[in-house]
Every structure is written in structure tokens, then in C-alpha cells.
Write a protein that binds this ligand. Structure first.
Ligand SMILES: C[S@@+](CC[C@H](N)C(=O)[O-])C[C@H]1O[C@@H](n2cnc3c(N)ncnc32)[C@H](O)[C@@H]1O
Length: 285
């Protein structure tokens, strides 16, 4: 993963997908599913779709038939996008999927006309405040609902095998550096990083949407299957980003990373990453 250039390796997206799927808010998905029930064919536009994680998680929870448009600037990721096979291609429950390669920096590559729902996941930390304001204008114009999952909120924590928080100075230091790194521009304006978690619902509310927010944290318990693999990759990216912040001490970050990776591998710590999911309803959906 290279978060600075906003390039994301397919392997990283595949590694995080199970944790993402557990974390996403089912209550917000159920709410939008109920609101969209009874429409002929749902049209869903997924922004920054990557390999289609949102499609795989959300499509079985929405009424059928569905038609998805997956937009991303990386064709190699879109190439890997597949819906969940739910009984073969002829099954009407398998959504129709179209992919579009487009740079979303100006939102110009996305058209919401005729859409029932716009989605994005693990996306809003990359964008700027003006970008969200433009999105809100477009959603209002076409009276489309939005379901925006897994926006990081800046919380990261370690915990012992009983789930009790471990709070060490080096953990707080590494989190603070990571969040500073997240606020660097990533091709979509001055990136909001963790500030997006509060700003996204606030801006959507000011634009007249009815907004609901739910937590969708990653909870990687000590010793649980998948914790070591995902946690080690996360620590690697976290330490790399922290070391890139001007003035940071590479040796302190290196020692912290080794200490935490060892504890993770030995099943002595688990870790968590804070996210929010946001549902925005135009009021008449
Ligand atoms: C963290 S990944 C999330 C992917 C997917 N939504 C998921 O939940 O697995 C962010 C995605 O945004 C895409 N991206 C970054 N900058 C972009 C841009 N300017 N235009 C379009 N896509 C972009 C990346 O290629 C990547 O697929």
C-alpha cells in the first residue's frame, strides 16, 4: 500500500476485506435496503471502488435486481472486481456490474443521474473539504442517497488478550504521526485524513440530508485468526508513514514497530482502528 500517492495494492485490499466486512454497519445497510425496496432495478454507483469490496458486501443486502457502476482510476484493481457468485450468472440476484476507469478528483467521471444510491468505502480520508461539498451538491441535484463506509476517524489502539486497552507513549506518538501523514494531499485536494469522519456527516447535514452515523471499527483481537497477518501489514504501513513525517525519529519508530509486531505475533496484543459509516438520505427516499 502506498497511501501517499493514493495507490493501493490489490493484495492489501484483499487482506483487509474480511476485517472490513465484519466492521461495516449492518443497521445502516438494512435501513437503506428498506428505503430502496420496491424500485424496479437499483442503480448503484461506487466511488473509488478498488476491487469491489463494497459491491461484494452490500449487494446481497439490497433488493434485486441491481446494476452497479464501479469507478476507480486504477484499471488493474477494477479488473479484479467481481460480485459475490450467488448461484451462477443467470441468477437475477447476481448484480450486473460495469466498471469505469476515471480520475475522481473533480468528480467529473461520476454521473449520478438515474442512480438510487452512491457508495464509497475507505475513501473519504483521501479527499478534501471542497470535494465533499461538490459531492453533496451532486447528490442533492439528483436526490440520491449515499452510503459511505469505513472512514477512518484517527483512533488506533492496542489491547491485551482480555480486551483491556494498552496505552503507551510510543503508541500515541506513532498514531499522532500517522494522522499527520494522512492529512497530506493525495491527488484529491488537501486530504482530510481522520478529520473526514466528523466533517463528512456535518457537511451532508448542512446540505439538507438526513444523516446517520455508526461506528465501524476494526477489532483485531489478540491471537484471533487473521490478526497477525493484517496487523503486521498495518504496522508496516503505519511505521512507514510515521517515518515519512518531517522531524520524526526513524529509530524510535523502528523500535516501536518491532516491539508491537513481536507482541502481535506472540498473541499478547490485539489492535483496533476507528472508522465511521455514514448514511445520507435526501429526505424523500
Ligand atoms: C483505500 S482504497 C478503497 C477501495 C475500496 N473502496 C475498498 O473499500 O476496498 C481507495 C481507492 O481509491 C482509488 N483512488 C484514489 N485516488 C483516486 C482518484 N483520484 N480517482 C479515482 N480513484 C481513486 C484507489 O485506486 C483505490 O482503489
Amino acid at each position: 500500500m502506498d497511501t501517499d500517492a493514493a495507490n493501493f495494492a490489490g493484495e492489501w485490499l484483499a487482506l483487509r476485506e474480511p476485517a472490513d466486512h465484519v466492521a461495516r454497519s449492518t443497521s445502516l445497510a438494512d435501513e437503506i435496503a428498506a428505503r430502496l425496496a420496491g424500485r424496479d432495478e437499483l442503480r448503484i454507483v461506487d466511488l473509488g471502488a478498488g476491487t469491489g469490496s463494497m459491491l461484494r458486501w452490500l449487494s446481497p443486502r439490497l433488493p434485486s435486481p441491481q446494476r452497479w457502476l464501479l469507478i476507480d482510476r486504477d484499471p488493474a484493481l477494477l479488473e479484479r472486481a467481481r460480485p459475490v457468485p450467488a448461484g451462477g450468472e443467470a441468477d437475477p440476484a447476481v448484480p450486473a456490474v460495469e466498471t469505469r476507469r476515471a480520475d475522481l478528483s473533480e468528480l467529473a467521471g461520476a454521473c449520478f443521474e438515474g442512480a438510487d444510491l452512491v457508495t464509497a468505502s475507505a475513501w473519504f480520508d483521501l479527499v478534501s473539504r471542497p470535494w465533499i461539498e461538490r459531492l453533496a451538491v451532486q447528490l442533492r441535484r439528483y436526490r440520491v442517497a449515499g452510503l459511505f463506509a469505513l472512514t477512518v476517524d484517527g483512533r488506533r489502539w492496542f489491547e491485551d488478550p482480555d480486551g483491556r486497552p494498552i496505552d503507551e507513549a510510543d503508541d500515541r506518538h506513532a498514531t499522532e504521526l500517522f494522522n499527520r501523514h494522512q492529512r497530506r494531499a493525495k491527488g484529491l485536494g488537501e486530504a482530510l485524513g481522520p478529520d473526514a469522519a466528523e466533517l463528512l456527516p456535518a457537511l451532508l447535514r448542512s446540505a439538507g440530508f438526513e444523516v446517520r452515523v455508526e461506528r465501524s471499527d476494526w477489532q483485531l483481537a489478540a491471537g484471533a485468526p487473521g490478526t497477525v497477518e493484517l496487523g503486521t501489514a498495518l504496522l508496516e504501513d503505519w511505521a512507514r508513514a510515521a517515518a515519512e513525517v518531517p522531524g520524526s525519529e526513524a529509530s524510535r519508530i523502528g523500535r516501536w514497530r518491532e516491539h508491537r509486531t513481536r507482541a502481535l505475533r506472540q498473541g499478547r496484543v490485539g489492535l483496533g482502528v476507528g472508522h465511521v459509516d455514514v448514511l445520507a438520505l435526501p429526505g424523500d427516499s
